[in-house]
Design a protein around this ligand. Structure first.
Ligand code: NAG
Ligand code: NAG
Length: 517
């Protein structure tokens, strides 16, 4: 006989019944939101999820799995297993209910009638011994295997994807109101079904070019986290929302159709979205910042002179309650979104601060400066915890010259590893004490120093643009330069990667913005 099961069956059963009940009810938007949140949390606590699976907490597991974008086959395996466990725990009623009422097992009936028949037979028999139940494995092994299977699929659904689903759910709700009573509409899974992930490939061919009028070239650009919008901020103060597939202005945004653009009085030099892609922040050359609602083009907040120089970078905190800015005035600052007040200042760099980011857990801030230094700060106390300079390229061989830091960004999937782009033909992966973990180098000794850099969404590709107006594409796994292409005729300004697709955008003083795929 198999080992004794350690299930607190009353609890498990209550939760499963609750799950069944909820899932046969129509879903309101609140439910959708709830589910999305559950799914989102799951991504952040894979360990918890695995622990639930290993302990057979099927109520929790099913709740979470419902929002996990799992392939049908994996869901079928999961439900099949739970039916067996329920039978082993002498709960044939629950097992039968699962068999009859869950979509996964109903689909098993169609795709694998033999397996369904076997389950049906076991349910009728009313019990099972573990030898016939778990493919010859112990229940623990089988649980662990299922857990691994699910988690592998979980990691294939990045937070940005889940955010996009929430965004779509919101839009759907805007158009439809709440679901009509009695209607079954599984938006979450319906969307998930189309959410097959692209494999990451190096974007290398220009697919679209947006040409800006002379003297109004873009200074900054951003993709929205839901992947819908490409926004640019221009030297003439205009913020524009583009359809990056057609290269045309989005005219479904009524304010743009009416030429009522989001504007600043001077050059817009930085942009950032909230994670829900609802709000856009834009910073200008004079140290002013505005926050816009992207769907209406309305300015919700205006911060005047929050820096004594141009705002070089903006990011929202994860919960969107705060804005972190960096500036030519040698500081980075943290501002409350609601209060509109500047809450904190990070002072210590001796030149322009070109970028400021939060670490993954939000407890630290990392800045990069033209003084050649990266600094790590305690986000709460504003204490400077670390100061370091990436090693200069070996051919320079100068001790005192630390090339300026152009960009710092978190390595995808990591909480506290950073890529540091210096004015050198090298990009370094570093940890927060300044240890270099990896160096990507073009090998070009002169005239090819990097100006900007970005990582593909999963981090398999690293892109850098050089002062030779060339886009360099490195493979993370080999560390090698895999592709290069001259993309601009005059100085390159920036580079961003799309959050969902294999696309990057580059722009420059030549007034062109290229979308490459
Ligand atoms: C960075 O790496 C070094 C060497 O591996 C290690 O000693 C140090 O603790 C790491 N720092 C952080 C913050 O992870
Ligand atoms: C990138 O390469 C490093 C090893 O150099 C590896 O640890 C990391 O997981 C890779 N990242 C991705 C996203 O593949």
């Amino acid at each position: 006989m198999g080992e004794r099961l350690e299930i607190d069956s009353s609890d498990v059963i209550r939760l499963i019944l609750q799950f069944l009940k909820e899932n046969s009810l129509h879903r309101t938007f609140q439910t959708l939101q709830e589910e999305s949140r559950v799914a989102y949390n799951t991504v952040e606590s894979v360990d918890q999820f695995l622990a639930d699976v290993n302990q057979g907490k099927w109520g929790e597991v099913l709740q979470t799995a419902a929002g996990m974008n799992l392939p049908e086959e994996v869901l079928q395996n999961l439900y099949e297993h739970i039916v067996c466990e329920m039978l082993e725990a002498k709960e044939p009623e629950v097992a039968r209910q699962l068999l009859r009422e869950t979509a996964a097992l109903q689909s098993l009936k169609l795709t694998h009638p033999d397996r369904f028949k076997k389950l049906d037979h076991l349910c009728n028999k009313g019990h099972v011994d573990s030898k016939e139940a778990y493919e010859g494995m112990t229940v623990e092994k089988r649980r662990a295997a299922l857990g691994q299977d699910m988690v592998q699929n979980l990691q294939a659904a990045p937070p940005s994807r889940l955010l996009a689903i929430i965004g779509q759910a919101m839009k759907w709700q805007n158009h439809q109101g709440l679901l009509p009573p009695g209607m079954k509409f599984d938006l979450f899974r319906g969307m998930a079904a189309t959410a097959k992930e692209e494999a990451e490939e190096c974007a290398s061919d220009i697919a679209k070019t947006i040409i800006f009028p002379t003297r109004s070239y873009p200074e900054c650009a951003a993709f929205s986290p839901d992947g819908q919008h490409l926004v640019t901020g221009s030297v003439d103060g205009i913020v524009e929302v583009w359809d990056y597939l057609t290269g045309k202005l989005r005219t479904d945004l009524s304010y743009q159709a009416e030429d009522a653009f989001m504007v600043h009085d001077t050059a817009v030099v930085s942009l950032a979205f909230t994670r829900d892609a609802e709000l856009l922040a834009s910073g200008d050359q004079d140290g002013n910042l505005k926050v816009w609602k992207i769907s209406t083009g309305k300015c919700l907040k205006k911060y005047t002179k929050i820096h004594q120089g141009g705002i070089t970078s903006i990011v929202f905190s994860k919960d969107s309650s705060q804005l972190l800015t960096a500036s030519f005035d040698n500081t980075a600052r943290l501002h409350g979104l609601k209060s509109g007040k500047t809450l904190k200042e990070f002072r210590g760099h001796t030149s322009y601060v070109n970028c400021a980011i939060f670490t993954g857990d939000g407890t630290k801030i990392v800045t990069g400066s033209s003084d050649g230094r990266v600094k790590v700060w305690d986000a709460k106390t504003t204490d400077c915890l670390q100061t370091f300079a990436p090693p200069p390229p070996s051919h320079l061989n100068t001790e005192n010259a630390s090339p300026q830091i152009n960009a710092v960004f978190l390595a995808p999937k990591s909480q506290d590893l950073i890529y540091v782009c210096t004015r050198a033909p090298t990009l370094h992966l570093m940890n927060l004490t300044g240890q270099v973990l990896k160096t990507l180098s073009s090998g070009k000794k002169e005239g090819g120093d990097f100006v900007c850099a970005a990582a593909s969404r999963k981090g398999e590709w690293l892109y850098c643009c050089g002062e030779d107006n060339t886009l360099y594409c490195f493979s993370n796994s080999t560390g090698k330069l895999e592709h290069l292409a001259k993309v601009h005729e005059k100085d390159v300004i920036g580079l961003i990667a799309h959050p969902l697709h294999n696309l990057v955008a580059t722009w420059g003083i030549d007034g062109k913005l290229h979308v490459l795929k």
